[in-house]
Design a protein around this ligand. Structure first.
Ligand code: PRX
Length: 652
């Protein structure tokens, strides 16, 4: 999308929403920025504190901000125990549907009982405040139960997306030093069981800290259980006793709640660390502001709990608000391409929080799959993970929303803990614009900077920075405070650097334009090009590799690898397939390269830096631009020839 093609002036006012001028939103935002102490001391009352805080924000050691520093609370208490006193006790917390169509429900009380049993198991295993528990599970009810049980005993969870490889699992588990791993025998994908425990088994010999492995029986497929180390989840819970109760630990507001690994531009994935009080307050309020869910809603966030969206908006925000959330294990087009719409109709889902990739996929399938279902239960539609292009936005609005429902496009990141820039149905809705995430939420002091750190004029592209702290912000990178400072507060000293390009239009609306760095967004999944490159050069045939994102009509972008082979290796279809497989094994299927392009040389500057800009231009078909700093002119000819080859390959 070229920047000046953005349809700034197109405004949509869905017919079932009250659209306002934005005055209230503006006032609320101004109040939050002018006096954060007063603003948040009021808002934080929505949470139950064991020990009230006397101070909202300690900013004496930036960027290590401390929210509600002397307050104490427990997040599982806020998600569960506090609902035991009133009408919510017997209300549904979760409706879960598996890939094969089986449905399980949990009231808040039932969830509370399960969490207490698992918390007792953790206690019996000697888990103490601050110990890490790793989670390698598909989206099944045991996943949120594990997170809540961990929080209850004061542990720190780290969820590894169940589609990641054994190597990726071991890297993450070792970095955080987890003592327990909770996993499953497998899960269902397209109607077939796929192994998870077997992947964990490949990683376990390299994870010396893991003392116990708790295994949920999901598929019943045969697996290895190591005597003394591995225990079935059901047996462990039975040993805890049917009426187990574990006193929730009183946690300091800034005690870590979880570590979630995410890709950056250099090195291994970073362990983004979130705390307890600030994170929970942010989770609670952002969901309220953006979607304003009520007791009548059935709310469905489609994200896997392996990612931040699932952490915040499938677990902590909906449960602390006491609403009913729907969880789905599986594939959007299995057994048929109307799976989502069929489930929305059957369960009466009223809030759908989806993704641009899914919308574009449904567009490709054709609208008949959606229109044959009664979707009248829906009242709000959301989007997250990558920019939603205006065409997809309009399809979502017209075909799913029947031009009546607001599209809530939420921009945020693993690091931000929750929504940052988004329409705010819970404050007031301003007119929507297809493709824009609209305006910053309260406390989000966002700006757009040029390379020199100057705020740009409306209509000019730059990078998004956040100029003041907000409660949901990451606390640090696990075990690497220097990297935290450098990565996020080093580029423009003292300001949070998001790594995203955007434009602000004359109404102040933000239009996101993708990453400004070497991070890819493949179907909304965040993948660092360096991780793919390291995986490739670990193969004996590869001497050098450069991975770029190529625009894709459904997935947003896909990775394409340019590879220089070591002497003695010849390009071949077999080697290409082997390298693709190698990356899948090293990282996981989400990182599968769309194409591997063999080149004789990578274009480099005289100082030896790969000219990524040239490779990007080759992929997008854009003019190569200035090539005067290139070390070897000949490599351009090589690339151009390869480009033509590549085009043929990709169009196959
Ligand atoms: O590039 C932005 C994109 O996703 C990145 C964050 O990825 P992750 O940490 O995996 O979190 C994903 C879920 C919040 C951002 O830097 N992104 C996320 N939401 C949007 C988006 N880009 C444009 N519009 C969005 N709504």
């Amino acid at each position: 999308m070229s920047d000046n093609s953005l349809p700034f002036d197109e405004k949509y006012c869905p017919s079932t929403a009250t659209i306002s001028s934005g005055q209230k939103r503006k006032e609320d935002w101004e109040k939050s920025i002018k006096n954060p102490q007063e603003y948040w001391s009021e808002k934080a009352k929505a949470i139950d504190w064991f020990k009230p805080f006397s101070k909202v924000l300690d900013d004496s050691n930036p960027p290590f901000y401390q929210w509600f520093p002397d307050g104490e609370l427990n997040i599982s208490y806020n998600a569960l125990d506090r609902h035991m006193k009133g009408v919510r006790k017997n209300k549904l917390a979760y409706i879960w549907e598996g890939e094969m169509g089986e449905v399980k429900t949990y009231t808040y009380y039932q969830l509370y009982r399960e969490v207490n049993k698992l918390a007792k198991v953790f206690k019996d295993y000697g888990i103490k405040k601050g110990d890490r528990i790793a989670v390698f599970l598909p989206v099944i009810p045991e996943l949120p139960i594990t997170l809540l049980a961990t929080a209850r005993v004061g542990g720190v969870h780290t969820v590894v997306f169940s589609g990641f490889s054994a190597e990726a699992l071991a890297d993450r588990v070792n970095d955080c030093g987890a003592r327990i791993l909770v996993t499953a025998d497998g899960s269902f994908r397209r109607g077939k069981p796929v192994g998870i425990k077997d992947n964990a088994d490949r990683a376990l010999p390299n994870m010396p800290n893991v003392e116990k492995v708790i295994v949920v029986k999901r598929t019943g497929q045969p697996i290895q259980m190591k005597e003394g180390r591995d225990v079935w989840y059901a047996d462990a819970l039975a040993s805890a006793g049917a009426n187990a109760y574990v006193e929730p630990e009183s946690m300091k507001s800034c005690d870590p709640l979880f570590i979630l690994y995410t890709s950056g531009t250099t090195g291994k994935p970073k362990g983004v660390q979130h705390g307890t009080g600030g994170y929970l307050v942010w989770a609670y309020w952002t969901l309220k502001w953006a979607f304003n869910p009520t007791d009548e809603d059935i709310y469905w966030c489609v994200a896997d709990i392996g990612w931040i969206t699932g952490h915040t908006y499938n677990v902590y925000a909906p449960l602390s608000l006491g609403i009913t959330a729907f969880l789905f294990e599986g594939t959007p087009d299995y057994p048929a391409q109307d799976r989502w719409w069929e489930m929305i109709e059957r369960h009466g889902v009223s809030i759908l929080y989806g993704t641009p990739t899914a919308v574009r996929m449904f567009m490709k399938f054709g609208e008949q799959w959606a229109t044959k279902h009664d979707l009248s239960s829906l009242r709000l539609l959301g989007s997250v993970g990558e920019p939603i292009n205006p065409e997809a936005w309009k399809w979502y609005y017209r075909v799913i929303g029947k031009e009546k429902l607001p599209i809530i496009d939420t921009w945020w990141q693993t690091e931000t803990g929750g929504f940052m820039i988004s329409p705010a149905a819970g404050i007031e809705l301003t007119p929507l614009k297809p493709g824009s995430a609209t305006l910053p939420l309260p406390s989000v002091n966002a700006d757009i900077f040029d390379e020199k750190g100057q705020s740009v004029q409306p209509g000019t592209k730059g990078v998004v920075v956040i100029k003041s702290p907000w409660p949901g912000m990451l606390q640090t990178i696990w075990k690497d405070p220097e990297r935290f400072k450098q990565t996020y507060f080093g580029k423009f000293p003292g300001l949070y650097y998001s790594g995203d390009f955007a434009i602000r239009d004359p109404d102040g609306y933000f239009w996101f334009l993708g990453r400004a760095d070497e991070v890819l967004k493949v179907a909304g999944h965040r993948i660092g090009t360096t991780e793919l490159e390291s995986a490739l050069v670990a193969h004996p045939a590869v001497s050098e590799a450069a991975v770029m994102g190529k625009e894709d009509a459904v997935k947003g972008e896909v990775p394409v690898a340019f590879v220089v082979l070591r002497s003695g290796f010849q390009p071949s279809e077999e080697l290409r397939a082997e390298l693709v497989k190698h990356v899948r094994v090293a990282i996981g299927p989400i990182a599968t390269p769309e194409a591997v392009v063999f080149v004789n040389k990578l274009p480099k500057t005289r100082s030896g830096k790969i000219m990524r800009r040239l490779l990007k231009a080759v992929l997008s078909g854009a003019p190569l631009g200035d090539t005067s700093t290139i070390e070897d002119e000949g490599s351009i000819e090589d690339i151009k020839a390869t480009y033509n080859d590549l085009r043929k390959q990709l169009s196959k």
